[in-house]
Design a protein around this ligand. Structure first.
Ligand SMILES: O=C(O)CC[C@@H](O)C(=O)O
Ligand SMILES: [Zn+2]
Length: 583
């Protein structure tokens, strides 16, 4: 028998809907004096599919895995035989191949110390290969590289191995090995996170759920789906559609993000306003715990009050308490009619008044209320070539308002009346409505692809915060003022789920700089907390925000979090350096 394969690793050193066309604008209901002065046909117009954007890419093109970090973009590193790289150099150059701004997390955060974890050895790799088969144990540097870096290229770990289990049993066996050798692990879904939660910080073993992609069952009557954690959101949607159901949430990253990752980060997204949170919609969970034991809570029931709601522990804990392997989600009925409006507004106060009006007039049909400022709209235009069909200037705000309903004529009329009333009241300057699927898709891209446009050719500091609505856009203004001295190369912008009070606050700069980061943090967290907001709305704490947890939780709450963590993961091997601040 051959001896164990040499994987080039060191030995252990430490134990450490197509709807009907809208009637022509001139036929829509009008009222009030402003409508008389300003013909609706000129202000509210429908958008021809080709005019909405000049990019015909479909919603699928927003798949982050393909648009932002295409695997084909990973060019092979040419290594001179005279000067073979060390493992460390290899990871470093793998990181730098993605972008000139790439770097190792351990370099950018030099005060960070690796925990007392074991080191990966050839013998571990051989054991993993026995459990998973060798094709599902990646050790080749080029294969491992994409799992080390986040898709916006802001953090980069140095893992040497990626494990790709297909079943809960395999993942459980892997965790038993990791627990016995105190190997730290980093669970990873679609790697679409924005807070550095899904990539390793040092050399954690990456456990990818990508091959755990089975949909177990869809129950059209009770409206539930049971699936493995690695199912990609748009694949789930495709499986739900024939049953007349849809996922209870929607994200721009739907082409790459996975259900397990969505649950672990308590993802919010574009429809939370209408369909509720991940906490509300996750009925059942199966998770593998730190010691490899399997916790099966695959409940399909809407009502289950049998004591502690344990599944909630895994929703939003970012893989620090267990790795979600399967789940049951409650799924709403797919709407028969969808209507969309893209609006432009003069000031943020009008955005809030329009939101209030939308709630009153669109009531039960309202499914999404999003906003973006002109910096964001300009960015999707300049960087991605997506043309906004509305007139605007540098102070304009934009809103996307969507309805989901069951009566096309009724829903369309409701949307028209809402836009008309908003214009009559002088809240909305210009607007477009559509219920034609490809047109709506194009209009949605103006909102959904902001993230992709902001990261293009520049560094982005991202802050995902919840704020009381009157303070929502003040965050952008306050930060602009704070960063004035950095000059016009540094831009502050805001967009997000205004319907949920969730602002995505972004600072873009030509490159990362410690000075800029130190000017923003902890200032932005202090300010958010001082006005009664939350420093993480829907992206989680990950690695980047962990040290700022005190701005979101009281000392007592943090103590309880630590005690839950140490009782469920006494060796601290599950996604270390994330969520909780270093102790
Ligand atoms: O880029 C961001 O900050 C937000 C990403 C995502 O949550 C979105 O709402 O588009
Ligand atoms: Zn968002």
């Amino acid at each position: 028998m051959n001896g164990p394969a040499n994987h080039g690793l060191t030995s252990p050193v430490s134990q450490g809907n197509k709807g009907e066309e809208m009637p022509p604008a001139t036929e829509r209901p009008r009222s009030g004096s402003q409508a008389e002065q300003e013909p609706v046909a000129e202000s509210v117009h429908e958008v021809p599919a080709s005019e909405a954007t000049n990019d015909e890419t479909t919603r699928d093109a927003t798949r982050r895995g393909t648009v932002a970090v295409p695997s084909t973009a990973i060019t092979r590193l040419r290594i001179s035989q005279d000067n073979p790289p060390t493992r460390e150099m290899g990871v470093r150059s793998a990181a730098r191949r993605f972008s000139s701004a790439a770097f190792l997390t351990s370099e950018r955060y030099p005060n960070l110390r690796r925990g007392p974890y074991g080191s990966l050895s050839n013998s571990h790799v051989n054991t993993f290969e026995r459990i998973l088969s060798s094709e599902r144990v990646l050790t080749n540097e080029d294969d491992v590289a994409p799992y080390n870096i986040d898709w916006i290229k802001t953090v980069c770990g140095q893992s040497k191995v990626v494990l790709r289990p297909k079943t809960t049993e395999e993942l459980s066996a892997v965790m038993k090995v990791c627990s016995e050798s105190r190997l730290a692990v980093c669970p990873q879904g679609g790697n679409t996170g924005l807070v550095g939660g899904s990539v390793p910080v040092f050399d954690e073993v990456v456990i990818s759920t990508s091959l755990m992609n089975r949909i177990n069952s869809v129950d059209g009557i009770s409206g539930t789906v049971s699936c493995q954690a690695g199912v990609v959101l748009d694949k789930l949607e495709a499986a739900l559609e024939p049953e007349g159901l849809m996922a209870p949430y929607d994200l721009g990253a739907r082409g790459s993000c996975q259900i397990g990752g969505n649950i672990s980060t308590c993802a919010g997204g574009l429809r939370l306003l209408r369909y509720g949170s991940m906490q509300a919609n996750t009925l059942g969970i199966e998770a593998v715990l730190a010691d490899g034991s399997v916790l099966n809570m695959m409940n399909c029931l809407k009502k289950d009050n049998t004591g502690y709601h344990l599944r909630q522990l895994f929703i939003g804990s970012e893989g620090t308490l267990g790795i979600v392997t399967q789940a049951v989600l409650q799924c709403p009925i797919r709407p028969r009619s969808v209507n969309l409006a893209l609006l432009s507004l003069k000031k943020f106060g009008d955005v809030l008044s329009t939101f209030a009006l939308a709630k009153r007039t669109l009531s039960e049909t309202l499914s999404s209320v999003e906003m973006m400022d002109s910096v964001c709209m300009t960015s999707v235009g300049n960087k991605l070539g997506l043309k906004c069909p509305l007139q605007s200037d540098s102070d304009t705000f934009f809103m996307v308002v969507e309805t989901h309903g069951s009566r096309e004529d009724h829903d369309m009329e409701k949307m028209s009346c809402f836009v008309q009333e908003a214009m009559d009241k002088g809240l909305v300057v210009d607007g477009i409505t559509s219920n034609e699927p490809s047109r709506m898709t194009n209009l949605w891209q103006l909102r959904e692809r902001i993230t992709e446009s902001l990261v293009k050719d520049q560094y982005v500091f991202k802050y995902d915060i919840t704020l009381p609505l009157p303070k929502f856009y003040e965050a952008v203004e306050v930060l602009k003022q704070k960063l004035e001295s950095f000059g016009s190369d540094v831009q502050v912008s805001g967009f997000g789920h205004v319907g949920d009070g969730n602002l995505h606050l972004n600072v873009t700069a030509p490159a990362y700089s410690d000075d800029l980061q130190n000017a923003i943090e902890p200032f932005v967290f202090e300010w958010t907390s001082s006005v009664g907001g939350s420093i993480s709305a829907e992206h989680g704490m990950g690695f980047k925000k962990a040290k700022f947890l005190k701005y979101g939780k009281s000392p007592e709450a943090i103590r309880l979090m630590r005690s839950v963590k140490s009782s469920m993961d006494p060796l601290g091997i599950l996604n270390p350096y994330k969520v909780l601040p270093p102790s």
